[in-house]
Design a protein around this ligand. Structure first.
Ligand code: F1P
Length: 302
């Protein structure tokens, strides 16, 4: 079994552990009313975006999210939360070096350089991964964050367990294009879903906030497309998508739970193409830049 498969299957237990950890570090996590920003790269960026949406929806305070490389350094925030599994990603390190204010790092490896630059660190070593492609570290950060917001992680974990065995979309391998849609936090998780299929299986994927789909992207879809919605599509949009000939998969689950199914789909697609889902092409476990080019770390599928 691939590392990614073992890691994605452990998510329900890892979410419970993350929720238990959240209860022990409330003072490090954002307080109600604070102006907060969340940043990261790749998967960690999409988790940052979802975290921001969940916090605002919970009424906890204004929350922005940025790719670490695009951070508006002159804005004032009470707290910047950086997410990095490795703790070595160059853009995250550079952000933490330049930040004028208070910062918190969520990482799987508190022994790495990012940790010494952040004002405080929450380590999730139990969620670390062998696979280059992130699954459980990303969702463990969300479980920690959501537990702090008062979401019911036990319920999510038991639904996550069911998501490990519910059938995947029929004829999954037959499509040329995979489009993920969602609204609110699900729109951000849709971007992560698209990244999973891209990284692990080299698929042509796209992601949009659902109501943006009509504003151009719908022109590229057809019978070659699976449109996978993380949440209920409104009736009009469902009809418009169906009229293109695309196949629609619609989930009523929480997007973090549905992401587990998408991760399984990424593994299945990779294996059907004879690819190693743990070792994506041209990608290393952490992107470390030396004078503008990639030095990389860990296994590299080149
Ligand atoms: C971020 C990241 C991952 C990506 C790959 C390279 O890493 O971009 O999202 O899948 O592993 O690194 P990190 O900062 O969370 O360690």
């Amino acid at each position: 079994m691939s590392s990614i498969e073992q890691e994605l299957r452990s998510q329900p237990e890892v979410w419970r552990a993350a929720a238990a950890l959240a209860a022990t570090v409330p003072a490090q996590l954002p307080s109600t009313g604070e102006r907060v920003v969340v940043a990261g790269c790749g998967t960690s960026r999409y988790m940052a975006q979802a975290a921001a949406r969940w916090r605002e929806e919970a009424g906890e305070g204004e929350t922005d999210a940025f790719a670490a490389s695009e951070f508006p350094i002159n804005r004032h925030y009470d707290l910047c939360v950086a997410i990095s599994r490795s703790g070595t990603t160059t853009e995250v390190i550079e952000l933490l070096e330049r930040l004028p204010g208070r910062s918190l790092l969520l990482t799987a490896d508190p022994g790495q350089p990012a940790s010494s630059l952040a004002s405080s660190t929450i380590g999730l070593p139990f969620a670390d991964e062998e696979s280059v492609v992130q699954t459980r570290f990303a969702t463990a950060c969300m479980a920690l964050w959501r537990a702090h917001l008062g979401h019911d992680i036990e319920d999510l974990a038991s639904r996550g367990r069911s998501a490990l065995s519910t059938p995947l979309p029929a004829a999954l391998e037959s499509f040329q294009q995979y489009v993920f849609l969602g609204r609110g936090a699900a729109a951000e998780v849709a971007s992560e879903a698209a990244l999973k299929l891209r990284e692990a299986a080299g698929c042509w994927t796209e992601a949009y906030p659902a109501m943006e789909f009509r504003h151009g992207p719908i022109s590229s879809v057809g019978t070659h497309t699976l449109v996978w919605s993380l949440g209920q599509l409104d009736e009009g949009l469902q009809a418009d998508v169906a009229a293109t000939g695309a196949v629609v998969e619609q989930s009523l689950h929480d997007p973090m739970v549905e992401l587990v199914r998408v991760q399984r789909a990424a593994v299945e697609l990779a294996e059907s193409k004879g690819l190693d889902p743990d070792r994506p092409r041209h990608l290393s476990r952490s992107v470390i830049l030396v004078a503008g080019s990639v030095a990389g770390t860990g296994s590299d599928g080149n």
